[in-house]
Ligand binder design. Structure first.
Ligand code: FE2
Ligand code: FE2
Length: 191
């Protein structure tokens, strides 16, 4: 299965993106072992999280519209955000993934989702923090948090992404804020 997915990725994403994907796969597996989450499921979700990363916007919109009755206006204006949902569609339809926890982890890797599972938290975090993302002191600090507290790590990852979006005048999807507030609440409730 892994070889089949990698062969498909080699045809459909850049070499640079493939390295990122393999970095996410490895970090998902490492974090899963550490947090006692199924490492096989985590690695599979990591390997398949960006399947649709290079699909052109019309294809993303077409596939998402076929799957969902409605596409929210932010995604309609920024179809690239749909690559997470469409990657889950490809994982299901091309690679026969039926495990909803894996499919949700793929779906939620960009914006997160309030109430997301620990597996989804892992993929969300690893997507932002895998080693190819860089070695700034801020990222290193966030990597340490990812091994200590999953929800705190989601909160910090959200805040890091939101700051990037504001600094670069990019659209913020409201779900990214809902995810951050949910993670913050989880941290407070569990401490
Ligand atoms: Fe992605
Ligand atoms: Fe990614």
């Amino acid at each position: 299965m892994r070889e089949k997915v990698i062969a498909w990725l080699k045809e459909n994403v850049s070499e640079h993106r493939l390295q990122h994907i393999l970095g996410v796969e490895k970090m998902c597996e490492d974090l899963a072992i550490h947090h006692k989450i199924d490492p096989k499921k985590a690695a599979q979700a990591g390997l398949m999280h960006d399947l649709a990363k290079f699909f052109p916007p019309p294809k993303l919109l077409e596939m998402a519209k076929k799957e969902y009755n409605e596409i929210d206006p932010v995604c309609l204006a920024n179809p690239h955000l749909l690559h997470a949902d469409v990657s889950a569609i490809v994982a299901r339809d091309t690679f026969n993934i039926t495990d909803e926890d894996i499919l949700n982890a793929i779906r939620h890797h960009t914006l997160g989702n309030p109430e997301m599972s620990d597996l989804s938290c892992l993929v969300f975090i690893a997507d932002a923090l895998e080693p190819n993302r860089g070695n700034t002191p801020e990222l290193e600090k966030m990597r340490k948090i990812s091994y200590k507290n999953l929800h705190k790590s989601v909160q910090k990852t959200c805040e890091y992404s939101l700051q990037y979006l504001i600094k670069n005048s990019k659209t913020i999807h409201p779900r990214a804020i809902l995810t951050r507030n949910w993670a913050l609440h989880q941290v407070k409730a569990r401490s």
